[in-house]
Design a protein around this ligand. Sequence first.
Ligand SMILES: *Cc1c(COP(=O)(O)O)cnc(C)c1O
Length: 404
Amino acid sequence: MNLNDVIALDKQYYMNTFGDRTPLMFERGDGICLYTDDGEKFTDFFAGIAVNSLGYNYPALTKAIAEQAAKLIHTSSVYYVENQARLAQMLVENSCADKVFFASTGAEANEGIIKLVRKFFYNKNECKPEIITLTNSFHGRTLATVAATGQPKYQAPYAPLLEKFVHIDANDCEALKSAINENTAAIMLELVQGESGVRPLDKGFVALARKLCDDNGIFLIFDEIQTGIGRCGTLFAYEKYGIEPDGFTLAKGLGGGVPVAAICAKAELAAAFSPGDHGTTFGGNPLSTRAGMVVIDELVNNGVLESAANMGEYLGEKLAELAANCDKIAEIRGLGLMRAVEFKEEIAKEVFAKLIEKRYIVGVIGTKILRLVPPLIVTKGDIDGFIATLEEVLQPAGKSLKPF
Ligand SMILES: *Cc1c(COP(=O)(O)O)cnc(C)c1O
């Protein structure tokens, strides 16, 4: 089937939640490149929304998944699952968490950690229904995580929302202090707000959140679904901040494209779940946890994390140089291989289209922001090629760029 056939089929049979998508369809990928069925090659600085941490057709991952599929894909957690236990061990040994529970998507992991926090206080016979989150946050699309997400556009159609999420502005220390009361159970933060524009939180704000949680005997939860798994230059973004959470969630990059998510928590919080309190059919199955094992092993033991950290710095430097010489760029933001280019005018969609013409893929947020989240295996040469192309797109001929 060619692209137009698939578009017609999609319009007829698929629910219209994505509107008109980018009119591209890929047949295969290799390294950080994607190929259409007619052989056009695109260099990918988006990685399926920060998911394809090891790029495409990464030999160790492809082989492990194929071998695992030939043995077992799923058994259910009615039985013990070796890969589930081993991936949990790998995550605990490389993080501040003591226990792990696997889910299949980010929203499901966040939903689970919200339940875990509620269960903790239920066990103590304390009524603490409130969780503080931030405006412009993004925590997922289930009803609880939509309520946690501080963006009215995702919430309005689904009222009444699950209570009691309290939203305050990022980096507003006074608002954070005054939002805490005897009903507060947790503060839940993305260390870099991804979906709303790649905005890192201030260290002081995160440190205050940690202190308020300690002082009040409540939990600090980090949503590391996008920032985790090497994305920000350390295995988890909290390492960059030097501040440990009581629990955190993972998803996007963890399985290198295979759906696997995780709730990770310190012992005291993790112990709140008793048998029967929570569950999932697919979560932690032999296939998805095998994929997660390869990703963590490649990052930690095979140099991918170190390279990603170096490339993240390099991308940041190159973008800063570009911004210094380009009057169209308002700001560069982000950490590691999670970066945004914000333009002064509403030209992001046009820049995106020109990059597509030049066979580069990036993400777009709103009308002014490009989101760059390449695979963690990106090289210096890849970054140089991308920066030169972005510069070309924004240069003199680019003077004709008009608001989209
Ligand atoms: C993507 C994302 C989610 C939701 O993950 P899904 O797998 O789409 O459910 C939640 N939080 C953050 C920070 C994300 O980036």
